[in-house]
Design a protein around this ligand. Structure first.
Ligand SMILES: NC(=O)C1=CN([C@@H]2O[C@H](COP(=O)(O)OP(=O)(O)OC[C@H]3O[C@@H](n4cnc5c(N)ncnc54)[C@H](OP(=O)(O)O)[C@@H]3O)[C@@H](O)[C@H]2O)C=CC1
Ligand SMILES: CC(C)(CO)C(=O)C(=O)O
Length: 294
């Protein structure tokens, strides 16, 4: 089968290099039709991929969307008319929001999957990435329970060894767990100009533990069976494992790019307010990030 990569940045190219099947890379600005790109990484992996424009009329039967959260809507809209009647679409990004938006655009026979990854990848020169960390990739159906289709089977056979989450409830729980991890780590590292390991410092630890507890309260109010102690241990493990890395929000803020703050803090604030939970600490973070340019 052929898999179209939409949003071929660090994670998109890492997926393309990891998949057993042929990949086609969709670019916003390709030089010309029929162009090829050699993808490679620092582990010695290498493969040739065909490039097409995002809106090239070639039909899409399976796509992995790996843009940043704030770019998903525009990317999917651009290729929506190209999706076959039973196309499989996987959204693989941090944060929440675009999944429901895209769900509203797809036809009943089109399959929408969502997922998260804790793989680490960094974009170097064109077509080249550095694989900065081995992580877990977890994917499953967003709208209704589905068997894993050919796209998902390819991801499970790939070197990502994606884990299948069989129900939308399991997918939502996994996405909320990642949301809470990102809420604990990303804003504080960006605002304090620290690598993730800097959050071990006691005063900052107290701040992120408070954010995790609040995030879990909101998730529980949303019907998820999350435990604050367990989530604090998960965040501690991520901080240890990625101690020398800079979070994506840190990198985006310090390179003057737009951050994923709206997709990370936004849903927590919105759902917290809905359930009558005090979200002042989240709004204070959002304000500080806005003042810092995020
Ligand atoms: N990198 C990492 O280690 C990790 C990333 N993630 C998450 O994965 C997601 C992707 O991150 P990452 O790969 O780092 O991001 P990048 O910024 O490296 O890649 C984003 C890609 O999306 C493309 N893009 C942007 N806007 C559009 C659009 N409107 N239409 C089509 N394509 C578009 C960009 O194109 P162009 O090249 O033209 O700019 C770029 O190729 C994020 O949600 C991130 O938080 C999760 C875990 C780890
Ligand atoms: C897990 C973490 C916090 C690793 O840096 C991440 O997902 C990010 O930076 O966006």
């Amino acid at each position: 089968m052929q898999i179209d990569i939409i949003g071929p940045g660090a994670i998109g190219l890492h997926c393309a290099l990891s998949l057993p099947d042929d990949c086609l890379v969709r670019l916003r600005h390709p030089a010309g039709r029929g162009e090829q790109l050699t993808l490679s990484d620092d582990t010695g992996r290498c493969r040739d991929c065909n490039l097409l424009a995002l809106n090239d009329p070639a039909p899409i039967t399976a796509a992995i969307v790996t843009t940043k959260a704030g770019q998903v809507a525009a990317a999917v809209q651009a290729c929506l008319p190209l999706l076959s009647a039973q196309a499989e679409v996987l959204l693989l990004h941090n944060g929440l929001g675009p999944q429901d938006e895209v769900a509203g655009w797809l036809g009943p026979q089109q399959h929408l999957y969502a997922g998260i990854t804790t793989e680490g990848a960094l974009r170097l020169e064109r077509g080249r990435i550095r694989h900065t960390g081995r992580g877990q990739t977890r994917v499953g159906p967003w709208r209704e329970p589905l068997p894993p289709g050919p796209l998902i089977q390819a991801l499970r056979r790939s070197t990502l060894q994606a884990q299948w989450l069989p129900t939308p409830a399991a997918v939502r729980t996994a996405l909320w767990q990642k949301l809470i991890i990102n809420c604990a780590i990303n804003p504080l590292t960006a605002l304090h100009d620290l690598p993730n390991g800097g959050l071990a410092e006691p005063e900052l630890r107290q701040q992120w533990v408070g954010l995790v507890q609040l995030g879990v309260r909101i998730a529980v109010a949303e019907g998820m069976a999350l435990d604050a102690g367990d989530m604090i241990r998960q965040v501690e493990a991520v901080i240890r494992a990625t101690a020398r890395n800079y979070s994506s929000m840190h990198q985006d803020l310090h390179h003057g790019r737009s951050t994923e703050v709206n997709a990370i803090l936004g849903p927590l604030i919105e759902r917290g307010l809905y359930h009558g939970i005090d979200t002042d600490s989240l709004r204070a973070l959002q304000d500080r990030l806005a003042k810092a340019g995020a």
